[in-house]
Design a protein around this ligand. Structure first.
Ligand code: UN1
Length: 501
């Protein structure tokens, strides 16, 4: 494994020595070995990086947006060159299977392409004025420094969603990655630095990484110079970050916990539903914020669907995520494993019938926390089903009435992703109607996870309400300006007010 890492770093022209001699140990979830030891930022270096980003903003905001797009285009090229190596490092550091690691880097490449096009499309509105000889317009101006907080489970794509949109919008960046995945963040910085070198004249301090624990993140969150904090992680984290940023009137994009459900209707095509359920529930070892956590299945097909899911679970290849053919890698660490065990114990106490669960020892990876993905059959939606446990636990309950299934789906505090499997057009349309799913993502005949970058990504309620990635999410990285221009020779007031001097 250690040799693998050295080879991966070499493939990215990175020096393994850069990851030694620091004060933050990085362990691979694959086998628990010490991958590296990186240097944490101090109060002073965090301050210097924010100051540099703030300075860089003064010039970057004035670079024409399509030129800013050129930098992002070069970043996309560098990512294409280093896709396999970066994907392998993602796998080594966060444990997702190599195929999903590549998918994550592909999301980075896709958002680069999207942002390059967008850099020529940062358009505002023209609005008809009520006054003669007046033009009213809306501009989207650069906002400032964007602080990104990202989680271990999508350690590079989430940064790219934010960074690319911020850069083309004219913003600069400071990134606080999860303390569990600092190496991939430093690798992304190297890759961006290469693009910046090719670009030629980007201001110093345009984008930097700050490494450390909670205190480093808090310093960034509280810094007045950081105009927008885009934070991805737990609802608990969002509850702290949101009010702190709001207290200084900063902006936030919060992308927090999910508790995503699939409703499986009697007319569903089960050959499609089963793989979608299984990928949704066990992909990334159940550690996506979009992971499928609940299946709400019509009683008439329960006894057909559940055995099919169990059969698929029995054939899952669990093991080293770098190995060919593995479908389920390890959990991130022991704490995650403990949380899974506790959730399963709670489910049992609530009357759930648990299949699977428990640790699985993988040869050559004895210190990794591999688990048997679990299925919990419940009579109704219980308290523990309303919590997000970042692990492969799939709760299954029956429904009799479609309206009630939607109510059950919505009756959790989170509101990220949802799906219905049905071939009944009425059910499908109801699900995406105003009285349907209350989530930010509502899919029909597609699973809850694996969203494309082209749509706005995020969710409602305790998921935080933010939107990243595609559609018009870029507007959150901009300052909206309304401008009225009087090109007449009169000075009329709005609302017909007379104020004759
Ligand atoms: C996350 O888990 O934080 O939709 C993001 C998906 C991925 C992104 C997940 N495109 O599953």
């Amino acid at each position: 494994m250690q040799n693998n890492i050295a080879k991966i770093l070499q493939d990215m022209n990175m020096n393994p020595a850069d990851f030694k001699g620091g004060n933050l140990d990085v362990f691979s979830p694959i086998d628990g070995h010490l991958m590296g030891c990186v240097l944490m930022d101090t109060k002073e270096t965090v301050d210097a990086k924010i100051a540099a980003a703030h300075n860089a903003f003064q010039t970057w905001r004035d670079v024409p947006a399509p030129q800013r797009g050129e930098l992002v285009r070069l970043l996309g090229e560098e990512l294409r060159t280093h896709k396999d190596a970066l994907s392998a490092l993602v796998t080594a550091e966060c444990g997702k299977i190599f195929e999903e690691g590549k998918g994550e880097v592909q999301e980075m490449i896709d958002i680069c392409d999207f942002a390059v096009g967008l850099s020529r499309q940062l358009h505002g509105l023209t609005i008809k004025s009520e006054r003669p000889g007046h033009h009213m317009r809306e501009y989207w101006q650069p906002l400032g420094v964007v602080g990104v907080i990202s989680a271990f489970n999508f350690p590079v794509a989430v940064w790219a969603w934010n960074a690319t949109l911020a850069l083309i919008s004219g913003d600069t960046l400071v990134w606080k990655p999860s303390e569990k995945t600092p190496m991939v963040a430093l690798a992304c910085q190297k890759i961006l630095d290469r693009a910046i070198a090719r670009f030629g004249n980007a201001p110093a301090g345009l984008s930097s990484v700050i490494i450390g624990l909670k205190d480093v993140g808090e310093q960034m969150v509280d810094d007045q110079r950081v105009s927008l904090v885009s934070a991805t992680g737990s609802t608990r984290m969002g509850r702290e970050v949101g009010p702190r940023v709001a207290a200084r009137f900063g902006k936030t994009i919060l992308e927090l916990g999910g508790n995503n459900a699939m409703i499986i209707a009697p007319s569903a095509d089960l050959d499609m539903a089963v793989p979608a359920i299984v990928f949704g529930a066990v992909g990334t070892c159940g550690q996506r914020c979009t992971s499928t956590r609940r299946v709400i299945v019509h009683e008439s097909i329960y006894d057909i669907l559940v055995p099919k899911i169990k059969k698929a679970y029995a054939s899952l290849r669990i093991g080293n995520p770098l190995a060919n053919g593995t479908l389920v890698g390890p959990l991130i660490d022991q704490l995650s494993f403990n949380a899974m065990e506790k959730a399963l114990a709670d489910a049992g106490a609530e009357g759930g019938v648990v299949t699977g669960g428990g640790r699985r020892i993988i040869e050559g990876c004895a210190d990794g926390y591999y688990v048997n993905p679990a299925i919990v059959e419940m009579d109704s939606q219980t308290a523990s089903m309303c919590e997000e446990t970042f692990a492969p636990i799939l709760y299954i309950i029956k429904y009799t009435n479609f309206d009630h299934a939607i109510v059950t789906q919505n009756a959790v505090p989170q509101g990220l992703s949802s799906a219905v499997f049905t071939t009944d057009v009425r059910e499908a349309e109801q699900f995406v109607s105003s009285v349907g799913s209350d989530c930010g993502i509502a899919n029909v005949n597609i699973g809850t996870s694996g969203a494309e970058i082209g749509g706005a990504f995020g969710g409602e309620k305790e998921t935080g309400g933010g939107r990243e990635s595609g559609s018009d999410a870029w507007k959150a990285y901009c300052r909206r300006m309304t401008s009225t221009v009087n090109y007449s020779r009169e000075m009329p007031l709005a609302q017909g007010i007379k104020f004759d001097l």
